[in-house]
Design a protein. Structure first.
Ligand code: SF4
Length: 379
């Protein structure tokens, strides 16, 4: 995706309708996920008005409901939010709503609502039950796979499009075939992979040990091989992203997470952060809680100026510059995720992380290899 038409434009507005989550995944990085408080209508109205009536929206904006389990809130909350956003949006703005859900609460009524409003749905599903239930459990320790699969069946019956996000733990990497077969068997067509990262309040990544690179390389090689053998069966986000990046490089300024305001994340009480969404809720001696302003009391212009002049922005820019100078993968990566650099190094002025080694460098190498095999160039 190219940078926006105006460099200040907000592309992604992450709204935390509630921080509460109804389950307790072992790798979750969200603090406060037992807090049941929700965004009030007044906060919703104020935040949407300040963003949508500002000069910081260009031609497209995605509103993502995340940072907690969005479906624990009633549909009436989203109905009000969607109507309000539509009424405040400037003419011609392409406004998209995304929900990232754990899928447990999907029922017939939610399917109708998601379809009616064209909401793009991301579903967290870590593959077959033996992989999924090892990490995605309720607070009483029960696996959630069966309930998520009921949600999958309902979405499919009601023709609600969705994509699946699978978190790969180190244990998953021996099971590329099982994952591929699972998606195909259950009609999952769009897949994205993450790894359990060292991030936020999450425990240390399961990929921290030696051999992680080789294991991930083996996984992606096999998964891409299976995809080659079944053309069109699955669309893999990482391949969709990496293929044009390898062919053409990324445009300067591509890295959403490293540019002020390209991503704006707002807590349920109207305080906002920018850069990597997972910084919201993180505490640090140097940067406090990473909150850059309070939309209930301040306008976006004031917060923008503060953000540009912040030590945080300067350190993130220094980290991107260091990546540009030192890393051969920079043109495919754009300098990495600041939140991840912080979690791993306690500094933004850093370059390589375990995450980028695995999910950028190794991944790009694997997609490149796959392209060479597909083109008959592998020797
Ligand atoms: S791959 Fe890592 S070191 Fe290279 S540019 Fe990206 S974040 Fe920086």
């Amino acid at each position: 995706m190219p940078p926006p038409a105006i460099p200040e434009a907000i592309e992604l507005l992450v709204l935390q309708g509630t921080g509460f989550c109804n389950i307790d995944c072992s790798y979750c990085y969200l603090p406060g996920r037992t807090d049941p408080r929700r965004m009030s209508d007044e906060t919703l109205r104020t935040v949407l008005a300040k963003v949508l009536r500002s000069r910081f929206v260009a031609d497209a904006l995605t509103i993502c409901w995340h940072a907690g389990e969005p479906l624990v809130l009633p549909r009436s909350f989203y109905a009000r939010a969607i109507a309000l956003a539509a009424s405040l949006a400037p003419p011609g703005l392409r406004l998209t709503h995304n929900i990232q859900t754990n899928g447990l609460l999907i029922d017939e009524a939610w399917c109708g609502f998601l379809r009616e409003h064209g909401i793009r749905l991301g579903l967290s599903l870590d593959g077959p039950a033996f992989l999924h239930d090892a990490a995605r459990r309720t607070r009483s320790g029960e696996g959630t796979h069966a309930r998520v699969m009921r949600g999958v069946a309902l979405l499919q019956r009601h023709r609600v499009p969705f994509h699946v996000i699978t978190v790969l733990r180190s244990e998953s990497l021996d099971h590329a075939d099982a994952l591929f077969d699972f998606y195909v068997e259950h009609g999952v067509r769009e897949v994205a992979f993450n790894i359990d990262e060292t991030d936020g309040v999450a425990p240390v990544s399961s990929h921290a040990g030696p051999g992680a690179g080789a294991a991930l390389r083996g996984f992606f090689r096999r998964f891409l091989e299976r995809m080659r053998g079944a053309p069109g069966a699955i669309s893999l986000r990482e391949q969709v992203w990496a293929t044009p990046a390898i062919a053409n490089g990324l445009p300067e300024g591509y890295n959403q997470e490293a540019e002020p305001f390209r991503i704006v994340s707002v807590t349920r009480d109207g305080r906002m952060a920018s850069f990597s969404p997972e910084l919201l809720g993180t505490q640090s001696a140097a940067h406090g809680d990473f909150i850059l302003g309070d939309l209930m009391r301040e306008d976006l212009e004031t917060i923008r100026v503060r953000t540009e002049r912040s030590r945080l922005a300067a350190e993130i820019a220094a980290g991107v510059a260091a990546c540009r100078d030192r890393c051969a993968y920079f043109r495919f990566c754009g300098g990495g995720a600041p939140g991840n650099k912080w979690a791993e190094h306690g500094s933004f002025d850093a370059t390589e992380t375990a995450y980028c080694r695995l999910m950028r460098k190794t991944l790009i190498d694997c997609v490149l290899e796959d392209m060479e095999v597909s083109l008959g160039l592998a020797g």
